[in-house]
Design a protein around this ligand. Structure first.
Ligand code: ATP
Length: 399
């Protein structure tokens, strides 16, 4: 919902405001570059201007919705609004609010929210609210019975005055928040075909970390669907960051999984996780990534009990980030839907098939190590080095 004639998007970022001026400047430049890439990828003809501390996207009325959509997809953006920019003059503000009211007010209570960051205009935010409210009222009173309710309105009109301009808008559309992508060093994202790992990867992207995605192909335990789901979710993640590479490493773990299945009943999942982290560590060494992110959550599987997370984590010296550690499944499903990686597929694939009947919930590191193949970590390194690399970044498609 936007005022008629809206052709600009006002972008707000949050966490950047706590940074030093120098860091904030660098992060804003990164955000502007990311926004430009997203807009180009979505075919929006637009220019991004870095004014004050807020990027402004100038586009056309025709493409305003797409520009707003792109802006609210970018990590680092707290919210954005489609605005109509007019001179900071009473008459222009009244006319714009009246036009917006005629288009969007149908019934119920409204409120005008004024904000003035430019002290040179001859009215303050309360004046703007008062004369703006009157203009809206007069625009609709013949047809409706308008009401004003500042506490719980059905419709809000915002007027923000800066640098001789008034920005009129009707809503603040939330973005993912966090920090601009590329303002942190990359981490290896272990992406399975499931619901959680893409959400976990998105969480670190949302905080500014690019990802190096890795999928372990479990052969018969996984299957084609499993692999395709992993590929699809990485593609979706890539759509948030068209100016970043998304080279998915597909590691052939078939042989190792068979070996572990022969050797272990209980405990095989722990040995597999240890192998998996070691694969990730090797990829990190090769790509300059500084950590690992997984979709694990306490108690979600037997290999994810608080004690087993200790046994598995000891396989690597890299930090393992588990942004979903304490998140419940229902919320995870909602988040996956928001990110766009939720798949209704209920195919039992991957680790679910590989899981033994008798699960180990309190693994003992010494006994797991004693039963692991001596060359488990060498295998991990060898398999990581032989990974198939599939370019899924949007740049691969000509951007
Ligand atoms: N085949 C795999 N390839 C890459 N990473 C994997 C694979 N299997 C598991 N992982 C990683 O280990 C985590 C925990 O594994 P788990 O068995 O719970 O995964 P899942 O249920 O198959 O998938 P998800 O956690 O994505 O819903 C995953 O979130 C993912 O980060």
């Amino acid at each position: 919902m936007q005022p008629p004639g809206a052709d600009t998007v006002l972008v707000r970022h949050g966490d950047l405001n706590t940074k030093s001026r120098q860091v904030q400047g660098a992060m804003e430049r990164r955000l502007v570059a990311n926004l430009q890439a997203l807009l180009a990828d979505r075919g929006v003809d637009a220019e991004v201007e870095r004014r004050w501390s807020r990027p402004l996207i100038h586009t056309s009325e025709r493409q305003i919705e797409d520009a707003l959509d792109a802006a609210t997809s970018a990590p680092g953006v707290v919210s954005a609004s489609a605005v109509r920019a007019v001179p900071a003059e009473r008459q222009a503000i009244e006319t714009t609010l009246a036009e917006a009211a005629r288009e969007h007010y149908h019934e119920g209570a409204f409120a005008v929210r004024g904000r003035r960051a430019d002290k040179s205009v001859p009215f303050d935010s309360e004046d703007a609210q008062r004369f703006g409210g009157t203009a809206i009222w007069e625009a609709v009173e013949d047809e409706f019975e308008p009401e004003v309710d500042l506490d719980d309105p059905d419709l809000e009109f915002f007027v923000e005055i800066r640098d001789g301009e008034a920005f009129v808008f009707l809503e603040k559309v939330p973005g993912p928040g966090g920090l601009p992508l590329g303002t942190q060093d990359p981490v290896v994202a272990l992406i399975s075909g499931g619901i959680d790992s893409p959400v976990a990867a998105f969480e670190v992207m949302r905080r500014g970390s690019p990802i190096v995605p890795v999928y372990l192909d479990l052969g018969d335990y996984g299957g084609v669907d499993h692999r395709e789901r992993a590929v699809d979710s990485v593609r979706t993640l890539a759509s948030y960051a068209p100016n970043h590479p998304f080279d998915l490493r597909i590691v052939d773990a078939d042989e190792t999984v068979d070996l572990l299945a022969d050797r272990f009943e209980a405990g095989r999942m722990l040995a597999f996780r240890r192998y998996m982290y070691r694969v990730a560590e090797r990829v990190a060494e090769e790509t300059g990534a500084v950590g690992i992110v997984t979709g694990e959550a306490i108690g979600q599987k037997s290999s994810q009990t608080t004690s087993n997370l200790g046994v598995t984590s000891s396989a690597t010296t890299l930090p393992i980030h588990r942004p979903l550690l304490t998140v419940d499944k229902q919320e995870l499903i909602e988040r996956a839907k928001d990110v766009g990686t939720y798949s209704t597929a209920t195919i039992p694939a991957g680790c679910n098939r590989f899981a033994p009947d008798q699960a180990e919930t309190h693994g003992d590191l010494a006994s797991i190590e004693a039963r692991e193949p001596d060359d488990l970590f060498e295998r991990a390194e060898r398999d990581a080095d032989a990974a198939e690399v599939v370019g899924l970044g949007r740049g691969a498609n000509g951007i």
